[in-house]
Design a binder for this molecule. Structure first.
Ligand SMILES: NC(=O)c1ccc[n+]([C@@H]2O[C@H](COP(=O)([O-])OP(=O)(O)OC[C@H]3O[C@@H](n4cnc5c(N)ncnc54)[C@H](O)[C@@H]3O)[C@@H](O)[C@H]2O)c1
Length: 306
């Protein structure tokens, strides 16, 4: 197995799980946001950019049966400011990876897509047949590769599964990053600062714990052929309630600062996960409270140790 973005938040958990299950694993990462300390010591490491011409040689060298593709530009606001840069990594990078998959006769690719492809829902929960209407270039650049996967699969006999993640949170998420409202709240609380909420906090998100996402990737290794699946808890939580739960875990009594809603922020999000339950025989195992507890313990420990 080869995992792109394997030094990052989500994919480093997938690498750990694959290795725990006895697989020979390589990661390919340019370490732009990924961290050395997240990389499992038993993984083969290719420190490369997915846009690099060496990509095909790397795949021919390691000869993976399956590629799990998570390397991406993940910052929505960066995509708004620099759409060409965003598309270069997320769209062109994925096409180059698919070309390399073809050359190396890879059996299957699992692609990390996003709820951002749906835009503002016209019904809830959002299932996989919901119209695609992204609000950001990030949403566009996560969706476009889905078409390339389909056509590559038709043309060159490459199997694939597309996983559209809801809001992923948990251990190792970068508090400075874009998607990590959980880690940002925790960072502020531990730093004795006021957490910031964009909008009135009544907007909802569907939070899924990173270890449940890692399990979904394992489930997709041998199921979900040519399918697209929401990976979520199918539960709506307001950002205000999220902060309240985290505050209770830390016994924190402060109040948040409310700021203006950012452009391209979705108001409500909740993804129907029944297709993944049926076809991947996967289900989330962590409640929000359990996932938050594990996450808070991790950040407390790291904060205490600098
Ligand atoms: N975090 C979420 O809530 C969420 C939700 C939906 C989808 N996703 C998708 O999941 C995947 C992983 O996201 P994450 O939250 O773990 O982010 P992350 O930034 O922690 O991980 C991305 C990894 O890709 C690497 N990378 C970036 N550009 C690269 C390039 N050009 N070449 C090689 N490596 C490169 C980074 O160094 C990093 O290790 C992404 O594809 C993202 O779009 C994440």
């Amino acid at each position: 197995m080869l995992v792109t973005g394997g030094a990052g938040f989500i994919a480093s958990h997938i690498v750990d799980l694959l290795i725990e299950q006895g697989n020979h694993v390589a990661i390919l990462d340019n370490f732009s946001t990924g961290r050395e300390e997240f990389v499992n010591s038993q993984a083969v490491v290719y420190k490369e950019d997915i846009l690099d011409d060496q990509l095909t040689n790397i795949l021919l060298d390691f000869n993976p049966e399956v590629i799990i593709h998570h390397a991406a530009q993940i910052d929505v606001q960066t995509s708004i400011k620099r759409p060409a840069f965003d598309a270069q990594i997320n769209v062109v990078g994925t096409i180059k990876l698919l070309e390399a998959c073809k050359a190396a006769r890879v059996r299957k690719i699992i692609y990390a897509s996003s709820a951002a492809v749906y835009g503002n829902p016209i019904y809830l929960p959002v299932d996989e047949r919901h119209p695609i209407a992204p609000l950001s270039f990030y949403g566009v650049s996560k969706h476009t590769p889905e078409h390339y996967l389909e056509v590559f699969s038709q043309q060159f006999d490459l199997d694939y599964t597309i996983l559209r993640y809801a809001n992923v949170y948990g251990v190792r998420q970068d508090p400075k990053g874009e998607g990590g409202v959980v880690s940002m709240f925790i960072d502020k609380i531990l730093g004795l600062q006021q957490p910031i909420i964009y909008g009135d906090g009544k907007q909802t998100r569907d939070f899924i714990y990173v270890k449940d996402v890692a399990n979904a990737n394992i489930a997709a290794l041998n199921s979900g052929s040519k399918g697209t699946y929401n990976i979520s808890c199918n539960l709506q939580t307001t950002v205000n309630d999220l902060l309240l739960t985290i505050s209770l875990l830390y016994n924190h009594k402060g109040t948040p600062i409310y700021k203006e809603m950012r452009s391209a922020d979705i108001i409500h999000s909740c993804l129907d996960n029944s297709a993944a339950r049926r076809d991947l025989r996967w289900e989330p195992l962590y409640t929000l409270k359990d996932g938050l507890k594990e996450t808070c313990e991790y950040y407390s420990h790291h904060y205490a140790n600098g």
